[in-house]
Design a protein around this ligand. Sequence first.
Ligand code: BEZ
Ligand code: FE
Length: 308
Amino acid sequence: MQHVKVEPKLISTLEDVTPTVVTAMAATPDARLRTLMESATRHLHAFIIETLPTEAEFEKALQWIAALGHHTNETNNEVVLAADVLGASTLIDLINNDGMQGETMSALLGPFYRGKAPACACGDCIARSDTPGPKLFFQGKVTGVGGMPIAGAKLDVWQASPVGLYENQDPDQEDFNLRGVFHTDADGSFHFVSVKPAGYPVPTDGPVGELLHAQRRRPMRPAHIHFIVSAPGYKTLITQIFSDTPEALADDVVFGAKQQIVGDFVEHRAPHPDHPDTPSPFYTCEYQFRLTQGESTYPVPPISGTKS
Ligand code: BEZ
Ligand code: FE
């Protein structure tokens, strides 16, 4: 009997490419990786076939992606920033944290979480260097979704200065300025002193800024304070408490603002009863963080923040 040798089929048309590439990945033993990469490949190819980029456009796109890496270092994470301005971080956040158990709504981590912030006692001020701006007295409780207080819950707090810079971006601020870690008292309560946050532009000196400019997008974030609230046996909450106008909240360049996490920042002009030397006006904000039961995890910091 004559043996017929079947030659492997080579790509000859546009339509051959996607099935050939997907077949090449088919033996991936990790089923989840196989699913993710097959879907990513199909969508990427469909996008390319739909938009038919020129070679110059493809080259530009690859240079842009490479520049994300070149602009990522100890104090800036351009890759996270890109995911944020494209809305990917908020999609991932909403898929994984839907608030359906009654827990506080979450918001994206952002690129400026450092980790290893100084431990603080309740009542401490997180402004470690001279940080002009109205004082803020923030207090609250950490509870389960049913209102039961959680003692010893950890609150990792960070915010930008009133000039709109995180300390890792600003040589005039001390290391870890406006960052601190607090724990709740036996009744689930905590309080700390800071300065009222202001809105700020995300970094625009890299490829993300170039894209925002080309898209005529404002690079602004509404004023907010970041919190990671965690306790054993509870799902870790990563969120931001906002303080800004409805216009600024709707114009968040990273789509992080949500109505449920807008805080009530109250302006006061009379002297503070416990801190009579506080200049007027000062602000207070009270917020209750509700956690749902689940796994207590912790995010990997996008930056180390070490200033060289
Ligand atoms: C932030 O809130 O720190 C942030 C979030 C996304 C992009 C840039 C900054
Ligand atoms: Fe922020």
